[in-house]
Every structure is written in structure tokens, then in C-alpha cells.
Design a protein around this ligand. Structure first.
Ligand code: NI
Length: 155
């Protein structure tokens, strides 16, 4: 389990080599599918993007996707009527406001947000998180606004 930023940052050279290989003309999805049997290094993946609140897909398991996101400041109140949503904090701290309470999470902690439960994630400073949810889930749930991210953004 991830206990500290240092431990998380301790990426192996092998993973860096795989991730830094030229992708040629392959799309990110094609590249990831072609490398399905190779290990995935989370830190290497985080180096591939800087935008916040815009989850990037790094793997799929059956119909579920594993997504990485950098988050900072407040997101918006929203609900996913059709699915639960998993947040795993890898680096930094985040919180999730619910209508009846606020849950604060730090690196090495996770939460399952039940479907239909209104929530608003936030992070005072940039945090790195992983989301696990079915393919096709929209980050802003029932709300569409400028924070609504494109889906299936493989990196
Ligand atoms: Ni959500």
C-alpha cells in the first residue's frame, strides 16, 4: 500500500523505459492495448498530463476503467444515478462533501461513493488520485458544464 509520496515516486527504471518507448503512429488506446501484458507505472502515467479534474484512462478490467486524475480546488456537486464511484488517493489529500457529512482522505485511503449519492470532491492543494468506475461514466454525472471532461481519454 502507498504510505508516502516517496514510496509512490519510487518508480522502477523498467517501467520508465516501457512508458517512454516511442508510440509511433499508435493512438494512446492502441498503444495501451498493445502493452496490456506489461506493468503500468502510475508515476510515469501522471507525467503524461497536467490538466486537473480531467480523468485519464490507464487500464480496463472487463467493463471497468482505471483512471488517474490530478485535482485541485473545488469540483461541483453532482450525482451518478447509475453507478458507484471509487476514489483512491495516491498522493496528497482530498475531501468529498456529501449532503450530511464531509470525508477527508489522504494518500493510501479510498472511498466508494454509492450510486445516487450527491457529492462534491475538493482538494486544497493538488492531489493525485485514481478512479475506478464503469466505462462511459461522466465525471460531472448529471450536470453538464465547463468541468465536464471528455470520456475515454487514454494516456
Ligand atoms: Ni462523481
Amino acid at each position: 500500500m502507498i504510505k508516502s509520496c516517496n514510496q509512490f515516486s519510487n518508480s522502477s527504471n523498467t517501467a520508465e523505459i516501457v512508458e517512454n518507448e516511442s508510440r509511433g503512429s499508435l493512438t494512446p488506446l492502441q498503444w495501451n492495448k498493445a502493452n496490456q501484458m506489461n506493468k503500468i507505472n502510475l508515476l510515469s502515467k501522471f507525467k503524461r498530463f497536467n490538466d486537473t479534474w480531467s480523468p485519464k484512462v490507464i487500464a480496463e478490467m472487463n467493463e471497468y476503467q482505471f483512471k488517474l486524475a490530478k485535482i485541485e480546488n473545488e469540483f461541483i456537486w453532482h450525482t451518478h444515478e447509475e453507478t458507484d464511484e471509487v476514489f483512491i488517493v495516491l498522493e496528497g489529500k482530498m475531501g468529498i462533501e456529501f449532503e450530511d457529512k464531509t470525508v477527508e482522505l489522504e494518500a493510501g485511503e479510498m472511498i466508494v461513493v454509492p450510486k445516487g449519492k450527491r457529492h462534491k470532491p475538493f482538494a486544497e492543494k493538488e492531489a493525485k488520485i485514481m478512479l475506478v468506475e464503469p466505462r462511459g461514466v461522466v465525471n460531472t454525472g448529471d450536470v453538464k458544464n465547463e468541468l465536464t471532461a471528455e470520456n475515454d481519454q487514454w494516456i
